[in-house]
Write a protein of this length. Sequence first.
Length: 81
Amino acid sequence: MPNTYSQIYLHFVFSPKYREALIKNEFGEELYKYITGIVKNLGQQLIRINGMPDHCHILVRLKPIVAPSKFIQTVKTNSSG
């Protein structure tokens, strides 16, 4: 049986409700570290994370065991608090 190799790189951009500028510089770094932990707990590889006060960018390498929509839903849900 042949081996299957896949590389799935996705760039997600998401923002707070109504795209309000809620990501302040004081806790932006902590938020990015928290999101990094969420991605690692999901068993995925975070390549880069950054953002602005009104949105966040994440570049991830996803394993094909998770749907991209389910992945970003989990990240957004867990990081919104």
